[in-house]
Design a protein around this ligand. Structure first.
Ligand code: SF4
Ligand code: SF4
Ligand code: SF4
Length: 351
């Protein structure tokens, strides 16, 4: 069977929250944009053409803002259903109830992803009062409808000490999948070593060590239903050092086997039609889907994210083909250089 290609599609900027780390509001977006129906149909067609040209199957991550606030949200899901395209929703908990979740499932929703960014006080400070409790309460509603519930955390220096507590809350709520990603500094100063948001590489390694032992404890417990997705690519470095990841003997030089998805199997489309290599890489706009054919963009302008020998540190690392850290974090911390060293990578230059 053909492999999936992931389209992260932000259909609207509209949202009930104003998270402190949000890209949309951090950039002081002058107008909140919502893509209109005609354009949405064009995007769907472009994505399907793209997949048939490259022999892939489309998979959509529909998000916003909060995608459910899009005025044609349900019509879009009907389109997915009729075209037999699987999708995940990444949104807020506020508009979910049994009926809504049941309908989402009927229309083919595979997973529903929400965020928890700290224990109750921290999370509600980041997002909005009541958000923490509402998020965990809606997990049952999502699962009850047969949808996989996913919780993601954005980790920074401001909440790193609270992540073990979040894991306990998530496991107690019976969440199906849990993962964290690192905060991408969106404004000057937040990535530097004096900022509260910064995490030093050694601290990050210690954090992964602690999380690994917490995960293992839960993984050994039959009562825990949560799958802990070791999503950050620096887990590969951690597992390599532990001897749990080995470079395959038949690995071919110059091949990319995993790690950062930029330029490989993922693309982001914004409500304006702007196409990004990755939404988290602030300056990675490569085109606009209404101006250029998506397949052509993939073969031409996306090449600038496939220059693996340009990675300042990773290009000399044994794990280049499997990791590359998170270039979004590297770019956000270095004034926009996608190929800068990942600021939390603790690997020595000799690795
Ligand atoms: S929920 Fe998402 S889109 Fe809404 S403000 Fe928060 S980060 Fe931004
Ligand atoms: S140098 Fe790059 S590839 Fe190597 S471990 Fe660090 S982030 Fe990963
Ligand atoms: S830049 Fe970071 S967030 Fe974006 S695809 Fe690569 S690893 Fe993932």
């Amino acid at each position: 069977m053909a492999q999936y290609f992931a389209f992260q599609w932000h259909i609207t900027d509209d949202c009930d929250q104003r998270c402190k780390h949000c890209y949309i509001f951090a950039e002081g977006h002058p107008d909140l944009v919502t893509m209109d129906w005609e354009k949405m149909m064009f995007v769907l067609e472009q994505c399907e053409n793209f997949c048939s040209r490259f022999g892939r199957l489309p998979y959509f991550y529909i998000t916003g803002g909060d995608p459910i606030l899009h005025p044609r949200f349900w019509d879009l899901l009907l389109q997915f259903k009729s075209r037999d395209i699987p999708f995940t929703l990444m949104g807020n908990p506020f508009h979910l109830n049994e009926e809504v979740c049941g309908r989402l499932r009927e229309l083919g929703c595979d997973k529903y992803q929400m965020s928890i960014d700290g224990l109750e006080n921290t999370h509600d400070w980041f997002r909005k009062p009541g958000s923490f409790k509402t998020t965990l309460e809606k997990v049952n509603c999502i699962k009850g409808a047969g949808i996989t519930s996913v919780i993601m955390t954005t980790v920074s220096g401001t909440n790193i000490d609270e992540i073990p507590g979040i894991v306990d809350a998530v496991a107690a709520a019976g969440v199906d999948v849990y993962a964290f990603a690192r905060y991408v500094p969106t404004s000057s100063g937040k990535g530097n070593e004096k900022s509260d948001w910064y995490i030093a590489p050694d601290r990050y390694r210690d954090f992964l060590t602690e999380m690994d032992s917490i995960y293992r404890r839960y993984e050994a417990d039959d009562a825990c239903v949560t799958y802990f997705n070791r999503k950050d690519h620096l887990w590969t470095l951690f597992e390599y050092e532990q001897g749990r990841f080995q470079i395959p003997a038949d690995a071919r030089p110059g091949m990319i086997y995993g790690g950062c998805n930029c330029g490989n199997c993922h693309i982001t489309i914004l409500p304006t039609g702007d196409v990004y290599a990755c939404r988290r890489v602030q300056n990675s706009r490569v085109s606009n889907i209404f101006e250029e054919d998506l397949s052509d963009v993939w073969l031409t302008k996306m090449e600038r994210y496939r220059e693996y020998d340009k990675f300042k540190k990773c290009s000399r690392c044994k794990l280049l083909a499997y990791c590359r850290g998170c270039p979004a974090v590297a770019a956000g911390s270095s004034g926009g250089n996608f190929y800068a060293a990942d600021p939390q990578c603790w690997a020595s230059e000799e690795l």
